[in-house]
Design a protein. Sequence first.
Length: 220
Amino acid sequence: MILKTLGRVDWQDTAAAMQAFTAARGPDTADELWLCEHPPVFTLGLAAKPEHLLAPGDIPVVQSNRGGQVTYHGPGQIVAYPLVDLSRLGIYVKEYVFRLEAALIQTLERFGLTGLRVPSAPGIYVRLADPRAHAAPQGPALDPFEGLGKVAALGIKISRHCSYHGLALNVAMDLEPFSRINPCGYPGLRTVDLVTLGGPSDWAAVAAVLTERLAAQLQP
């Protein structure tokens, strides 16, 4: 897998480049992993509903062809775009999402934090009261997000068995823009970053671990 660290880049330009790469790739094209940050932007997935965009203000809103609802990208967030041939890995979309989430959980674990999955709500969550707790959530709960905060979001697109778009991990952000939306379509869902949870603020250090874990999860 070829790693490309892009720096802080425009979301629309990056989305267009991913789409072009995926359209042009052949059976022997090497997989790539793009890491970047984006200037502030709200992106709307294919399932996004207008009512979940509460008050965007001066932050641009752009349409995306990824799955999912509305999310926010901004400085201090690691955005990772795995451009992967799933047929070469011998996996389907459900397993791919599971592996992306596993890489995020393993990254948090490296910094002493416990990442959790919520059924039917892709992404990674943490217990706000004790983000280092290892016990499994007790359920079923009336509200599956009770006591949880979202620290990472997923939104992918598959074309000809090849993936683009990807995931976003909040490291050290201005979290205020998340209050202008219902993150991923869930009213009242709190969004957090690693710093809020007592974790690291060093983007490059976290990105290095995430890169290692993604590469391990996406090996043929």
